[in-house]
Write a protein that binds this ligand. Structure first.
Ligand SMILES: NC(=O)c1ccc[n+]([C@@H]2O[C@H](COP(=O)([O-])OP(=O)(O)OC[C@H]3O[C@@H](n4cnc5c(N)ncnc54)[C@H](O)[C@@H]3O)[C@@H](O)[C@H]2O)c1
Length: 339
């Protein structure tokens, strides 16, 4: 069993990935500055699961990254997940967002390059790199918006159009990861993720609305909907995302230097209103209010995920109904974590 480095490994996606790798017997090196709420809880949960080495460190510290990657140059997989993840925070402090997402990712790439690391290096990018989709007509229906003429969703052919400081900083890193394959031969893969939900998502409301709504419904917390609630996203359960990481790494001869949309796809597209109706069929039990649209919020985004399927055989396996059920069950069993 080999060594895996996960930056941001104490966060939501990271802790789910690290748990899987520890249970498979890998030695996992987690680099995280613990800035995100819930990260200490995640670490406490991960520690007994296997051979975990935690390094409390910041990806903005280039020298420290050099030292860590040099020391662990025998890694067999690198997942770069550390990041500032909220659009709202990026608007409030664009410099910090830039330094974490753009410069921090650049530091990781440089450290991997200098250490001569030859394994798959995966980057968790975002569908926000496609921006507001101004060239796509959006049709308003009763409970949701729909992308006109894109029944399979938005593909990787869609022109890049970075919106918001978060879109710019993630997009810059997305392009650096691609380019470090072209120029330096690093075995990088860019995964443009949609809205991911699942266990251990302790975030604030704009870091994952599916989990936020489910937790709110379970523990009786109020919900604010920004805009009319008809905005649509394709949602993906976290276990499916980690399957995509594994499959992309296993097919690195095909995937290196490539970008892939990774989301629930058209079968798992859902509006906020539809999720609310699903969670509260009686429309009574949720304390729900409406507020203004948030800057840069897409009316509809659904990923076309056919490239990932055709090039490395991945497609989601957990349906929205099943994923919501799993998360509801987990929240109900772990209510104390949300107090
Ligand atoms: N969750 C989603 O729906 C989604 C969608 C698209 C892309 N992504 C990307 O996936 C990655 C993981 O997201 P997540 O949802 O698990 O978020 P998260 O906030 O739970 O995880 C990010 C982790 O990075 C750490 N971190 C933040 N700044 C750091 C720094 N300067 N140095 C070291 N560690 C730092 C945090 O403490 C946290 O543990 C992010 O890069 C995010 O942009 C997530």
């Amino acid at each position: 069993m080999g060594k895996i480095i996960v930056t941001g490994g104490a966060g939501f996606i990271g802790s789910n990935a690290v748990s899987r790798y520890l249970r498979q017997g890998h030695r996992v090196i987690v680099i995280d500055n613990l800035s995100r709420k819930g990260t200490r809880l995640n670490l406490r949960w991960l520690c007994p699961q296997g051979k975990l080495e935690f390094i409390e460190s910041d990806v903005r510290d280039a020298e420290e990254m050099d030292r860590i990657f040099e020391h662990h140059a025998d890694a067999e997989l690198v997942l770069h997940l550390a990041g500032q993840v909220a659009v709202t925070c990026s608007v409030a402090d664009a410099r910090e967002d830039f330094e974490i997402n753009a410069l921090g990712s650049f530091n990781v790439l440089e450290s991997v390059r200098k250490a001569g690391i030859d394994c798959p290096v995966l980057y968790s990018s975002t569908n926000k790199v496609y921006g507001g989709l101004e060239d796509v007509n959006v049709i308003e229906e009763e409970e949701r918006y729909r992308l006109d003429g894109r029944p399979m969703g938005v593909s990787e052919q869609q022109p890049l159009d970075f919106h918001s400081p978060y879109g710019c900083s993630k997009g810059a890193a997305d392009q650096y990861f691609r380019d470090y394959h072209r120029i330096y031969g690093l075995r990088t893969v860019v995964l443009r993720q949609s809205c991911i939900y699942g266990y251990r998502q302790f975030g604030v409301e704009d870091q994952g609305w599916v989990a936020w709504f489910i937790i709110a419904a379970e523990i009786g917390r109020p919900i604010t909907i920004y805009g009319d609630g008809k905005q649509v996203r394709d949602v993906l359960f976290v276990d499916d995302l980690i399957d995509a990481y594994d499959a992309a790494a296993a097919h690195i001869d095909i995937t290196e230097g490539r970008v892939y949309n990774i989301g629930g796809g058209p079968a798992n597209g859902m509006s906020l209103r539809e999720l609310l109706a699903y969670l509260t069929p009686d429309h009574k039990s949720l304390d729900c209010s409406y507020s203004d649209w948030r800057q840069g919020d897409q009316r509809a985004f659904v990923s076309d995920i056919r490239r990932a399927h055709s090039e490395f055989g991945w497609s989601p396996r957990v349906s929205t109904a099943e994923g919501i059920g799993r998360l509801q069950g987990w929240v109900a069993q772990n209510r104390e974590l949300f107090q």
